[in-house]
Ligand binder design. Structure first.
Ligand code: MD6
Ligand code: FE
Length: 217
């Protein structure tokens, strides 16, 4: 029964919503691989735990982060960068688990980016009140490659802005299993996440997790 429902909502076309040229939200796309994804998430976090990084300006981020893949996104007092080494463990980031890679590449393909080869996956953990201020993702080398963003756990409101920080934003509700793909002319759009509301998710409790896959190098 449950499986049948998941099959339906991941049917191509049924649940894809365009956010304009180059961007789309694939509702429920991650649900078919839910168990494997959560297991893989646990294994990543065991090796490189969540931590609250500090911005170059000295602020502790409300979102806790870790990474997997060859490169991980980090911020500290010296700036933002992609680094092959986890500064907390002084080891390489955990490998990108196969279920992560498969999800990212199939979602990108479904959204019109058939050649996505992610080498970095930033894992974000939001607790109630945590938010992500408007920003651009521009620390990557190749802006022809899209970004694939997977929402798990508590729902949130994603803010999708323009090419300038002050441009008006669209509010996009994102729920457990939703995948946003964006690239092409939307690749450098400002975006952020509204403060997370309190709640309890059946599998993930009082948190929202987000996986963002990029080709960084
Ligand atoms: C988040 N996501 O949803 C944060 N960036 O928790 C991002 O910053 C993001 O979802 C680029 C593309 C898609 C994203
Ligand atoms: Fe971002």
């Amino acid at each position: 029964m449950t499986l049948r429902l998941f099959d339906d909502i991941t049917e191509p076309g049924l649940s894809k919503e365009s956010l304009g040229t180059g961007a789309a939200i694939l509702h429920g796309f991650a649900l078919a691989r839910e168990a494997a994804l959560l297991e893989a998430l646990n294994s990543v976090v065991e090796k490189s735990p969540f931590r609250h990084m500090v911005t170059p300006g000295g602020f502790r981020m409300s979102v806790a982060m870790t990474n997997c893949g060859v490169l991980g996104w980090v911020t500290d007092r010296t700036g933002y960068r992609y680094d092959p080494i986890d500064p907390e463990t002084q080891r390489h980031w955990p490998q990108m688990p196969q279920p992560f890679l498969e999800l990212a590449t199939t979602a990108a393909e479904d959204a019109g980016f058939p050649a996505f080869t992610p080498d970095a996956c930033l894992v974000n953990r939001y607790e109630p009140g945590a938010k992500l201020s408007l920003h651009q993702d521009k620390d990557e080398r190749d802006f022809t490659q899209p970004i694939v963003s997977v929402s798990l756990g508590l729902p949130a409101v994603f803010l999708f802005g323009g090419d300038k920080r002050t441009d008006k934003t669209t509010r996009i509700p994102v729920a457990h299993g939703d995948v946003i793909v964006w690239g092409g002319p939307k690749r450098l759009r400002y975006h952020g996440v509204m403060p997370l509301k309190d709640g309890s998710h059946a599998l993930l409790g009082g948190y929202r997790f987000n996986l963002t896959f990029r080709k960084a190098a």
